[in-house]
Design a protein around this ligand. Sequence first.
Ligand SMILES: Nc1ncnc2c1ncn2[C@@H]1O[C@H](COP(=O)(O)OP(=O)(O)OP(=O)(O)O)[C@@H](O)[C@H]1O
Length: 656
Amino acid sequence: MHYTWQQNVKQWRPRVNRMTNVTLARMYVVNPMDRDRFHLRLLLLNRRGPQSFQDIRTVDGVVHGTYTAAAIALGLLEDDLAWRNCLDESALVDTPRQLRYLFVTILVFCLPADPLALYERNEANLMEDFNRRLQDVDRARAACLAAIEDLLRGHGKSPAVDYGLPLADPLLLEPLQDDNALFREIDAAARWAQQVENLNAEQRTVYDRVMAAVEDPVEVTRTFFVDGPGGTGKTTLYGCLIWSLRQLRREVLSVAYTGIAASLMDGGMTVHSTFGLPFGTLTEDSTSTITMQSARAQRIRNAALIVWDEAPMSPGLQLTLVDRLLKDVMVSNLPFGGKTMLFAGDFRQILPVIRRGTRAEIVMSSIKNNHLWNVMERFDLVQNMRAGNDADFASWLLQLGNGQLPAVDGVPDTVEIPQEMVCDVADLIDFVYPQQMSLANVEEFARRVVVCPTNEECRGVNADVLERFDGNSETYQAVDTAEVDAADEVANFPTEFLNTLVPDGLPPFHLELKVGCIVMLLRNLDPRRRLCNGTRLVVTELRRHNFKARILGGDPRDDDIVLPKIPLRSIGEDDLPIPLKRIQFPVRLSFAMTINKSQGQTFDRVGLLLTTPPFTHGQLYVAFSRVRNAQSVKVGMYADDSGRFVTKNIVYREVL
Ligand SMILES: Nc1ncnc2c1ncn2[C@@H]1O[C@H](COP(=O)(O)OP(=O)(O)OP(=O)(O)O)[C@@H](O)[C@H]1O
């Protein structure tokens, strides 16, 4: 019963509904993925006095077939023209498999208004290879839908529930043999069997301990931490564990804090996506989106081991939330629900990133200050296994990382860079890159990079190196929108102002590319295919609505990737005056990258630009440890008044 205030008699009276006997008091929230109902809700919120469902779908006298079409006609939804153009362009020249990847990328990241219409428009091209092979349209359609379903499942999505796409008819499906995958599996099995044999004594101790814990149902200590500087064989160790357990038909989950580290692990996924953690700053009250009955919860239940790489980068709170989730999923009060957990990493490297965080805040957020640290059995790997490493350099690096090199003139956090490692700032790019660059000589510079403390310096280097490429460039412009509800607030931020913003996690408004240039992905598009935030790609073809690229150092048998523009949002930690949505290719030039981004990657040659000094724990160590020997790195910096090359080496000894 609803009441209204009667001013004249100063009384509350039951409300009289003059229209009907039914009162629509409140509308249910509808998941945007439930498209039809979501768009009906959108129309109900924006249309006044419709008399029937048909009426709701009628715009300017035209009765639309779907609520989606009516919402587009009313301008309530962006239409899918950009994605149609992007798919049309790819369909003309790319393989059906590339087109299916592109279609799935658009579904997952661009949230088109009408996925079914996009599918139907492109169906013939999407299934063309199956049709050729099977010579039967119905079976080809079923195979194509199953392939799309498989790709979507990798993103935790369902074609029917999330996008309203038809499902493959199981009666028409036949097992498809992927010869490539089969050969790769045989290759991998031979390689890993050999690796397990070759583990050194330190690695073997951890391997045996973890395998024993997995096998022993009553073992109490099931949480392990492996600490080891770069090159001591951590990745090899958990590769062996993952492979051995899979041989025993046991499931393993491999996760890492960053997408790029996840992509280097077999089947690796980010911590966020595996455990359904929210993005942005976590709090004690943050919760996982994983429900107990879901397939993701079941995957966790089935896992015999969870390997967590680059753990020192994870905020301690992440461990608390995952511990809570695993206790619920496993219905157990043991740490991490009694799962066997193997954490690994190097505390000399970069710690959790807290924007403008103080030393105390950063240290407090480290996993070392989480109560779960105390339940971990700890192992140290010290033997450097990286072939070609020079022993003097490895020992200098370790002293640098441990903060054991002498401070200059007693000034804390300073270090002198050996003269032979320094070059003139103006010559640094020449040390790394050839004068003439193109797709033809990409192998010459693919495993080289310039690293800098901040993005600002990277932008300058990137623009300079692009000049070294032959051929014309293409400049792609973004579509920028301020994400605010109030119309008058939007007016305070004109488009030309939004276009000038260069937040860290977003591509530039003007993206200038040339064939052969190196770009970095800015989103985790598909860790299963090593397409992660931080993956470097070489551009192989530029088009109007998409571009083609391949992963640097990727498997040559892999197809090139076709990338669409996608809507990207600022993450709220960019110091922007307003939340920004930018529709642009999710890449930026990557001849230079920040030291933080380079963590976890190995290069043949690195130019370290130190015109501004490193500013947080571990940065200098991370920058130098990207290469295997002293000859492969040069530092571009200026001498001080006494001719010495002095910079900052910030080491928080309390976390080592
Ligand atoms: N037991 C071993 N015998 C021979 N080579 C090994 C062994 N363990 C590791 N390696 C080799 O040493 C190199 C470094 O190993 P790995 O990548 O596993 O180290 P990491 O600790 O993960 O390094 P990073 O932290 O820099 O990624 C690799 O080339 C690897 O093949």
